[in-house]
Design a protein around this ligand. Structure first.
Ligand code: HEM
Length: 492
């Protein structure tokens, strides 16, 4: 069955569409840096030629590698492929969809079927290193035919070992169930009003200031405040959350970093402190609020979790939901800016927005890849993997596997199987953020928003006119993700 559509993502993308409805926005495209191949996918009236800007974001060639000796480049430490990893993924898949890279011994899974096979086999493949992969490395050598015992003994020494994504059964299903009690359809429905409210408020401020950066000034606070509302963080504390959580510097080491200092500072300290206080207080004095629901939630067997367990669940939502959604917003906004006809179509036929989101997720998966560690020897795609092998399930490559998606580099919102993408992973750890079935509650606003009715977002400066919007491409020195492209606007 196709995975459900993202609920929060839908709201956020609706907001993007409204964000771009300001008077005059334009991208500055440096021809030398960024070439966009014109792709006409033949979707009726959608991305055909004759547009005033190239169609199809496919085959973006940013920072093209100056050399073709792909094997010599360390994907994890060299920045060559940060801007555009796709040629490297194609190179890998051409050799084998399950291919060991030589620098860290990581088996790169770029094939769709092969990635699904591993995602669905949580008995053979542990998630203990799912976030950090080969860095900083397993504390002891992984020798033997079955490394399950070593994993059990040392997993607490691994970074992020207390996070849901890195748990294995039996701990994982119990903790995931706790989390799923929070993301109920009822709660999401209640959250919907807050999503619109947050969007309107941020856009007011963002547009009023005359110039800004869409990622820093809109997407980041937006996703943060939406998740804060989902968890019932009191309104009066949200400014403090913004101050405590928004990343100060794009290049600050963190998840996805490969340096010595990676994760030295626990990225979730702030959340742990705040939620511990909330949960303890609500357990002492229950109220009629979401945090009390969080504080009194029980495991499936009826037992009461430790405060720390509940705090982790809350922190998980912030950690897993925020940057991912920010990246999706960045990519979607950029796509809209570069493709005015697509933008126009989505304005008039809003029912197509879900398909646009799905294709955005497929073509530029915000989580480039997830890691797994094999407990025992196994075979995937005809390739033998010994026990203790680190595999990277390269979602963004699997989502462009031509055996699964025809003409994978073409951005096509009428693609029949788009929703089979792996941007949300698969199997027991698949992203619980998307709500199903269908679009989730709401998603489209019946009445026009306060920022509707403005003109469009443009890709490329118009001749003879000063551009009102500049493109800023952050290059985040991380290998699991590609930074969102920021968009700066300047009022004319
Ligand atoms: C575009 C947006 C998002 C993308 C692309 C995304 C992607 C993913 C992926 C690929 C995984 C699987 C990790 C693995 O198998 O190792 C995951 C897990 C997870 N996501 Fe998302 N996510 C998004 C948004 C969200 C949101 C909005 C939330 C919460 C509000 C969220 C919460 C989580 C949690 C808690 C997990 C861990 C689940 C588990 O281990 O059982 N995500 N996400």
């Amino acid at each position: 069955m196709d995975p459900p559509l993202p609920h929060l993502g839908l709201h956020l993308l609706e907001s993007v569409l409204r964000l771009v409805q300001v008077e005059e926005l334009a991208f500055l495209l440096d021809e030398g840096e960024l070439a966009v191949q014109v792709v006409a996918p033949g979707v009726a009236g959608l991305c055909g030629r004759g547009d005033d800007a190239p169609v199809g974001p496919a085959r973006r060639r940013e920072r093209s590698p100056p050399m073709t000796d792909y094997g010599a480049i360390d994907f994890f430490r060299d920045e060559t492929f940060v801007g555009d990893p796709y040629p490297y993924f194609e190179y890998l898949r051409a050799q084998c969809p399950v291919q060991r890279e030589p620098h860290h011994g990581v088996v790169m899974v770029t094939g769709y079927e092969e990635a699904v096979r591993i995602y669905n086999d949580h008995e053979t493949f542990s998630s203990c290193t799912s976030v950090t992969g080969p860095f900083p490395g397993f504390p002891v050598p992984l020798r033997g035919d079955d490394v399950s015992e070593l994993i059990a003994r040392h997993r607490d020494e691994l970074p992020m070992s207390d996070q849901l994504s890195t748990l294995d059964p039996p701990a994982h299903p119990a903790h995931r169930a706790l989390l799923m009690r929070l993301i109920t359809p009822k709660r999401l429905k209640e959250n919907e009003a807050a999503v619109w409210h947050v969007a309107d408020r941020l856009l007011d401020a963002y547009l009023d200031q005359g110039e800004g950066d869409s990622v820093r000034d809109f997407a980041e606070p937006f996703t943060l405040l939406v998740i804060a509302d989902l968890l019932g963080v009191p309104e009066e504390d949200r400014a403090e959350f913004r101050a405590g959580l928004q990343r100060p510097e794009a290049h600050e080491p963190g998840i996805g970093g490969t340096g010595e200092e990676t994760l030295k500072h626990h990225p979730l300290d702030f959340l742990y402190g705040r939620f511990t206080a909330y949960i303890e207080e609500r357990r002492r004095r229950p109220r009629e609020d979401v945090l009390t629901g969080l504080a009194t939630a029980v495991f499936p067997d009826g037992s009461t979790p430790e405060v720390a367990d509940v705090v982790r669940v809350a922190a998980n939502l912030f950690a897993a939901g925020q940057e991912t959604t920010v990246r999706l917003l960045g990519w979607a906004l950029r796509t809209l800016a570069e493709h005015p006809r697509l933008q126009g179509l989505l304005r008039t036929e809003r029912q197509r927005i879900p398909a646009f989101i799905e294709e955005s997720l497929r073509t530029e998966s915000p989580v480039k890849g997830d890691f797994r560690l094999s407990r025992t020897a196994t075979t995937v795609g005809g390739v033998e993997l010994p026990a203790g092998t680190t595999v990277m399930l390269v979602n963004s490559a699997a989502n462009r596997d031509p055996r699964q998606f025809g003409d994978p580099e073409v951005f096509d919102i009428e693609r029949a199987n788009t929703r089979r993408h792996l941007a949300f992973g698969r199997g027991v750890h698949s992203c619980p953020g998307p709500a199903g079935p269908g679009r989730g509650p709401g998603g489209d606003r019946a009445a026009p928003g306060p920022h509707d009715g403005h003109q469009d977002l443009r890709a490329g400066a118009r001749a003879g006119r000063r551009p009102a919007l500049q493109l800023r491409t952050d290059v985040h020195p991380a290998w699991t993700d590609r930074a969102a492209s920021g968009v700066r606007h300047r009022r004319r």
